[in-house]
Design a protein around this ligand. Structure first.
Ligand SMILES: Nc1ncnc2c1ncn2[C@@H]1O[C@H](COP(=O)(O)OP(=O)(O)OP(=O)(O)O)[C@@H](O)[C@H]1O
Ligand SMILES: [Mg+2]
Length: 234
């Protein structure tokens, strides 16, 4: 579904991604792992069109989408849940969700999407009229994911959704992602939580200094002694 071939990207004089090739199949739960500064966010941002590719190609459904701006990428259904949640604090939960469904591809289905989000996260339904800024960190992460779902994604990309959350909320978030995956959504998640990612993901890649150093099924990576030692620090 989403194929990255020999991608290079960076900022100013600095090259971050070097010849990155990954393939995210339709209905995959793809985990992107790697240490701080490995280039994980840069890769996800390149896919969402917010960081420019300097070389290589990004293919979606067999079409070359390299260089498409973020608005066009969103209309294709490639939806990013940004790092650090970034909900609108002065707006209610429901207004945040409505805003998520503002794209052309999502507008006609906002009501239905909203019901799905409330089914997935009953806490958000209970707090629908509350200002987003008054939610707990875990609830804000749910809202950020809900906003992504409101955009009617074909691929949902998440940048460290478990960062800073209590263990219970981390479980909640992964359970929700797992349910979405089972319902057929394609998921690409950047994570530092190795255990949860390796146990949920159908495929994983490890980035190291902007390069893919390992790629394989979650179980394969988890069970391979060399990978565990060299790249996962397990
Ligand atoms: N806007 C930017 N301008 C300049 N350099 C940047 C910018 N964003 C990231 N970088 C640099 O690019 C490199 C990769 O950063 P990136 O954020 O992609 O890593 P990451 O794997 O997501 O790290 P983390 O786990 O800390 O989120 C780092 O050296 C970082 O300093
Ligand atoms: Mg990052």
């Amino acid at each position: 579904m989403l194929e990255v071939v020999g991608l290079n990207a960076g900022y100013g004089p600095v090259n971050v991604l070097e010849d990155v090739t990954i393939r995210v199949d339709e209905h995959a739960f793809f985990g992107l792992l790697g240490a701080n500064n490995a280039g994980k966010s840069t890769l996800i941002n390149a896919l969402s069109g917010t960081v420019a590719a300097r070389g290589g190609r990004i293919m979606f459904d067999g079409h070359d989408i390299t260089g498409l701006g973020p608005e066009k990428v969103v209309e294709l259904g490639i939806i990013q849940v940004p790092e650090g949640r970034l909900v609108f604090p002065q707006m209610s939960v429901i207004d945040n969700l409505m805003l998520g469904g503002y794209s052309k591809r999502a507008r006609g289905q906002r009501r239905q999407r909203l019901d799905e989000v409330f089914d997935l996260f009953p806490r958000l339904a209970e707090r629908r009229s509350q200002m987003a800024g008054t939610l707990s960190g875990g609830e804000q992460q749910m809202l950020a994911i809900g906003r992504g779902l409101a955009a009617n994604p074909r691929v949902l990309m998440l940048d460290e959704p478990s960062l800073g959350l209590s263990p219970l909320f981390v479980q909640n978030i992964f359970k929700a992602l797992s349910d979405l995956h089972k319902a057929g959504l394609t998921i690409l998640v950047v994570e530092q939580n190795l255990h949860l990612t390796l146990s949920h993901a159908t495929r994983c890649a490890v980035l190291e200094r902007g390069r893919v150093v390992v790629e394989g099924a979650g179980d394969e990576l988890r069970n391979d002694p060399n990978t565990r030692r060299a790249y996962l620090g397990l």
